[in-house]
Ligand binder design. Structure first.
Ligand code: DAK
Length: 268
């Protein structure tokens, strides 16, 4: 891992740029359309550990180039795996995807092309997906003789509903950006040039808000979805209560009462 200025990092397949309160992770393996092999997954895991959460308030995940976000798990690497190795590979992916999903700050997937198999799955581990007009989503695994192995059977159904998820997974049919928008897999579609600026604008909008409150919202939504409504409401109550007595809660409410637009949220 090479540490560059201002918290940026360069690895073989991952680059991380810190732009103030926003972090941008780029998966950079153009020869294989940014497919996820073990090394990419390990680097992604390390880069997440290296992010300074005192400073960074929102993350963007994207792929290098203008053709592919992530074209899936690496088929060449998977092709020779034994059952045990397949399970270990699945665990490596699932652990890092879960780290992304439960990462304390919001993560926006800026999907700039193919998001197939593990690529669609990694985008679904992010909080929010936006894409370019050349994006293509799909879970082609059953055509390769396997099931989605990085959470696709679970997250797709939660995001787009059971019927549509089953249709996409059983037919292995890829869908274009406009259909992904229609079924709610992405929140917005941009031209390729506009995608990253739009992701940065959204990330900046998030970063302007009280960071502890934003983190608690992420946790409340994620944890609440895992349980029934009675328990989910208690989760919300605790995280709501957790915001009180913080500097930022006092600052946010004082600014309102003083009719002041500028707010100084300090993440404390
Ligand atoms: N893996 C490895 N290499 C890939 C790749 C992939 N997923 N996708 C593309 N590449 C490589 C191609 O082999 C090619 O390499 P060279 O031949 O040049 O050396 C290079 O990237 C450019 O690709 P193409 O020449 O094919 O480019 P095209 O524009 O013609 O086509 C494409 C682009 C994205 C439509 C096509 O490459 C494609 O269909 N790629 C495969 C997409 C796919 O099926 N993805 C899903 C992979 S399966 C599990 C864990 C994980 C998973 C499952 C189980 N467990 C352990 C439980 C996840 C599975 C998947 O993700």
């Amino acid at each position: 891992m090479i540490f560059l200025e201002r918290g940026s990092v360069k690895m073989e397949f991952i680059t991380y740029e810190a732009e103030g309160q926003i972090g941008i992770i780029t998966i950079n393996r153009p020869k294989a359309l940014n497919a996820l092999n073990s090394a990419v997954l390990e680097e992604l895991d390390s880069v997440l550990d290296s992010i300074d959460l005192k400073i960074v308030r929102a993350l963007i995940l994207t792929g290098a180039g203008d053709k592919s976000f992530v074209a899936g798990a690496d088929i060449a690497e998977m092709s020779t795996l034994t059952k045990a190795e397949g399970e270990a590979f699945g665990k490596k992916g699932n652990d890092v995807f879960r780290k992304l999903e439960t990462f304390p700050i919001p993560v926006i997937a800026a999907v700039n092309g193919f998001a197939l198999g593990g690529g669609c799955e990694i985008s679904m581990s992010c909080d929010i997906r936006i894409c370019s007009d050349n994006a293509m989503f799909g879970q082609p695994e059953v055509g390769l003789g396997i099931t989605p192995g990085f959470g696709g059977t679970q997250r797709l159904a939660r995001i787009v509903g059971v019927g549509m998820a089953k249709q996409m997974i059983y037919t292995a049919r890829n869908i274009k950006a406009d259909e992904a928008l229609r079924i709610g897999l992405v929140n917005a579609v941009y031209s390729q040039e506009e995608l990253l600026p739009a992701a940065k604008k959204m990330a900046s909008g998030i970063a302007k808000n009280a960071p502890i409150a934003v983190r608690n919202c992420k946790k409340a939504i994620n944890d609440g979805l895992q349980t029934d409504m009675d328990k989910a409401i208690v989760i919300e109550e605790k995280l709501f209560g957790g915001c009180f007595e913080t500097h930022d809660q006092k600052e946010g409410m004082s600014a309102f009462l003083e009719k002041r637009k500028e707010k100084n949220f300090i993440n404390e």
